[in-house]
Design a protein around this ligand. Structure first.
Ligand code: HEC
Length: 157
């Protein structure tokens, strides 16, 4: 009987832990996982790949970018790219910035924009380069943001 009590106590403790985190890693843990993933993606990023990408037909880039945006970005960044304040995604509260406005920091930095999409960061922006978005689609969605979203053109193509 004596041996049973500690086992029960430790099971109850494990149960309480699982319950409070809803099966997700603790916040500090998730922050460090995100930082690690961003570091990995940053190492993998090769800006010269973009020099090899060509779009043969006028508008083919933004047409593809519009699809990529709808599938991978719209749930956080919003239909028009205006961002969302205090949005809750998988238990995290995120402030998603706007791409719009004349003084947007990345407006004149097309490669920084591509790298940010590829690498993500440790505060909620996913690491698309290492979770399955090809360079061509990073290029397409960057073009879509620059050419269409920032011009207020959100129609599906
Ligand atoms: C899970 C939510 C989420 C998804 C999905 C997401 N983002 Fe983000 N994104 C964020 C957050 C949060 C930030 C702000 C990070 C920060 O404050 O450091 C951000 C920042 C950015 C920025 C930097 C903006 C700036 O002004 O500094 C760009 C560019 C961007 N995202 C592009 C994209 C693209 C393109 C996609 C789709 C391929 C995408 N994001 C998908 C959450 C998301």
């Amino acid at each position: 009987m004596r041996a049973v009590i500690p086992v029960l106590v430790s099971l109850a403790w494990l149960g309480a832990c699982g319950g409070s985190s809803h099966g997700q890693p603790e916040q500090a843990n998730r922050d460090s996982i995100q930082a690690d993933s961003a570091a990995l993606a940053s190492k993998a990023f090769d800006s010269t790949v973009f020099d090899t990408i060509t779009w043969k037909k006028e508008g083919a880039d933004t047409a593809r970018g519009s699809v990529v945006y709808r599938v991978s970005c719209v749930r956080c960044h919003g239909e028009d790219g205006a961002g969302v304040k205090n949005a809750v995604f998988r238990g995290d509260t995120l402030n998603v910035p706007s791409f719009l406005g004349p003084d947007w920091a990345l407006a004149d930095s097309p490669m920084v924009l591509r790298k940010l999409i590829f690498v993500g960061d440790s505060t909620g922006m996913p690491h698309f380069g290492i979770i399955g978005l090809h360079y061509r689609d990073v290029d397409a969605v960057a073009r879509y943001i620059m050419k269409d979203l920032r011009a207020g053109d959100t129609k599906k193509k």
